[in-house]
Design a protein around this ligand. Structure first.
Ligand SMILES: Cc1cc2nc3c(=O)[nH]c(=O)nc-3n(C[C@H](O)[C@H](O)[C@H](O)COP(=O)(O)OP(=O)(O)OC[C@H]3O[C@@H](n4cnc5c(N)ncnc54)[C@H](O)[C@@H]3O)c2cc1C
Length: 579
């Protein structure tokens, strides 16, 4: 059942308590509740996903519009020295499905090397690409776009499974996409076509797969949680309720199977207890925040805030890594989506069509259909002091092609004309920041510092990527299509100018990881063991979400989060001998 206040629940004891009904939490809760003898409680700070904001979640065309609304936590970073001192918005889903309900829906598992590196970093071969195949196939299922357009040759059926999460390629390729594909067939050595970026080979250019099925966003909530809530009596969901800390019990004070919750800063506190485990799936921001509020984290920092230190784990909140995105824009000589987007009547008609029968342009994937993952040249001076990518088949940067003007944050966009954009994303950053508590209050946002562009590798890679993008666009396939660059882009004639542009306009691509990172059993560093149980002698808590990744994931994290959550659920079932 679904509850909206703690006092509505008739039981305070469950077998498992899952904190956060986000991307990972929905998977874990759904898989655990497959066993009818197990009682699961999911506690979510945010709102239901069938509220007034439901369209922002469900309509693929509106992906991204949930940012800054009531389904966003609306965090902000610290002033970023690498971004000219700017503090930037840091969105996270505050809703069932978590960030999978507000994200840009790109489904990309990353290269096999990324998982193999996870296996090496944790010392557990179970995290390797090969050994995760079962869980990859349990998670996702490829479906045709809403209009049943043939997508043969745009994806590889052998790379796809039978899971509840739906993915599809675009229903409406643009002229822009045809030109991207033409560039690849004209220069296959330089720009290789990758028929399925989800096949484990994460380099090259291809068609984006998005978490869209039957014209609707496929979120973790829609794919996993709702079906469980609709069909089972052994799973409860408590909404609008924040876990404020884990309560330490046991003789040594190191067992954390009870949680304290409240609906607001001054509200009454309630306790719920898990007889087996608490699973923290509150995400890269929420999870370290809860751990630190519970006295689990860097001892000195916590004591300075008046929090009793229970488990000294200095890596809680440390190592925060994220990737950046930077948009560059050109005029187009043919009609692009810009004309459509600047015509409110056309947009409203498309939204009405979606409401009517989930078809039309609003039912398709997001504004990006084609994408490319590239590496720095082998002899790049940037690689002299090491390669931060997971291996030689993993990208350093990415191009995503958009059939309209994608403004950088706060950048004024032209109101007329036809435009296209390319977003340059830094894939393998070396900058690392941190997440710290601002105070002892669970209701105060933590201090989030991704430390963007604080290494010469990161800014140097972005400068290289912008030049590589311009080279890509100089191919003959773009003749008759690309017009003049937007003035700010036209002025990027030197490395210094590109660096200044990046520092002025880049923002987060919204992929924070590593604030509760996995490490080998014997490692002093790290926060969780290979089986995702908390380190430092703590009992009863497992962390299952994006915070466990030791490195920025190559590409787009949601797929990797789903895969980790599928295996985590299997590990938990194994621990407790559950089928
Ligand atoms: C705007 C945006 C666009 C993105 N685009 C893409 C994309 O196109 N492709 C991609 O792969 N990735 C994308 N990402 C990233 C991706 O969505 C996330 O990495 C992934 O969903 C994280 O999953 P998670 O389970 O770790 O956390 P989340 O899905 O964020 O779940 C955490 C949940 O915990 C809840 N919670 C937090 N604290 C508490 C508490 N104290 N008590 C109770 N509940 C709590 C939150 O409300 C949330 O529901 C994007 C992210 C954003 C925000």
């Amino acid at each position: 059942s679904v509850f909206t206040a703690p006092e509505q629940l008739t039981s305070t004891k469950y077998d498992f308590i899952v904190v956060g009904a986000g991307t990972a939490g929905c998977v874990v809760a759904s898989r655990l509740s497959e066993n009818p003898t197990v009682k699961v409680l999911v506690i979510e700070a945010g709102v239901a996903d069938n509220t007034t904001e439901a369209d922002l979640i469900n309509i693929p065309f509106l992906a991204g519009q949930g940012i800054g609304t009531t389904i966003d936590w609306n965090y902000t970073t610290t002033n970023q020295a690498g971004l000219n001192g700017r503090a930037i918005p840091y969105p996270r889903g505050f809703v069932m499905g978590g960030s999978s309900s507000i994200n840009s829906m790109i489904y990309f598992r990353g290269p096999s090397e990324d998982f193999d590196r996870l296996a090496a970093a944790s010392g557990d071969p179970g995290w390797s690409w090969e050994n995760l195949q079962r869980f990859i196939f349990m998670n996702e299922r490829h479906v045709a776009p809403w209009n049943n357009r043939s997508n043969a040759g745009e994806y590889d059926p052998r790379a796809h499974g039978h899971g509840p999460l739906l993915s599809s390629v675009t229903a409406d390729p643009f002229e822009l996409d045809r030109r991207v594909i033409q560039t690849l067939s004209d220069h296959p050595e330089k720009y290789p076509f990758n028929m399925d970026l989800n096949s484990g080979n994460g380099l090259g250019f291809g068609w984006i797969q998005s978490t869209v099925g039957n014209g609707v966003r496929s979120s973790a909530s829609r794919a996993y949680l709702h079906p469980a809530l609709d069909s089972r009596t052994n799973i409860d969901l408590l909404l609008h309720t924040q876990v404020t800390r884990l309560i330490s019990t046991g003789a040594a004070g190191s067992t954390f199977t009870s949680v304290e919750v409240a609906q607001s800063a001054g509200a009454t506190k309630f306790e719920f207890t898990a007889t087996k485990e608490v699973i923290l799936s509150a995400g890269s921001i929420g999870t370290p925040q809860i751990l630190m509020l519970s006295g689990i984290g860097p001892k000195n920092e916590l004591e300075a805030l008046g929090i009793i230190s229970r488990i000294d784990l200095p890596d809680v909140g440390a190592n925060l890594q994220d990737q950046t995105i930077l948009s560059l824009q050109w005029e187009a000589k043919v009609e692009t989506l810009s004309s459509f987007l600047s015509d409110p009547a056309a947009v409203n008609a498309a939204l009405a069509q979606w409401t009517e029968n989930k078809t039309g342009i609003a039912a398709g994937t997001s504004l990006v259909n084609t994408i490319g993952f590239l590496r720095l040249p082998e002899d790049s001076p940037l690689l002299k002091s090491g390669d931060p990518a997971a291996g030689s088949n993993s990208a350093h940067f990415e191009f995503a092609f958009l059939n309209t003007f994608l403004p950088n944050a706060d950048q004024p966009a032209p109101l007329t004309g036809n435009w296209v954009s390319a977003a340059v994303t830094l894939q393998s950053p070396t900058s690392r920041g941190s997440l710290k508590l601002r105070s002892r209050s669970a209701f105060e946002h933590p201090i989030i510092d991704p430390a963007f562009y604080t290494t010469s590798f990161d800014i140097g890679t972005v400068v290289h990527a912008v030049k590589a993008l311009r080279e890509f666009f100089s191919a003959s396939a773009w003749d008759g299509f690309l017009g003049s660059p937007f003035p700010a882009v036209a002025a990027l004639n030197t490395d210094e100018a590109i660096e200044a542009y990046a520092r002025t306009w880049a923002t987060t691509v919204k992929h924070p990881v590593s604030t509760a990172k996995i490490s080998k059993i014997a490692d002093k560093a790290g926060v969780v063991s290979p089986n995702l149980l908390l380190k430092g002698g703590a009992n009863g808590v497992r962390v299952v979400d994006a915070s466990i990744f030791p490195f920025a994931v190559a590409g787009y994290p949601q797929a990797e989060v789903y895969i980790v959550a599928e295996r985590a659920a299997a590990l938990i079932k194994e621990t407790w001998s559950l089928k």
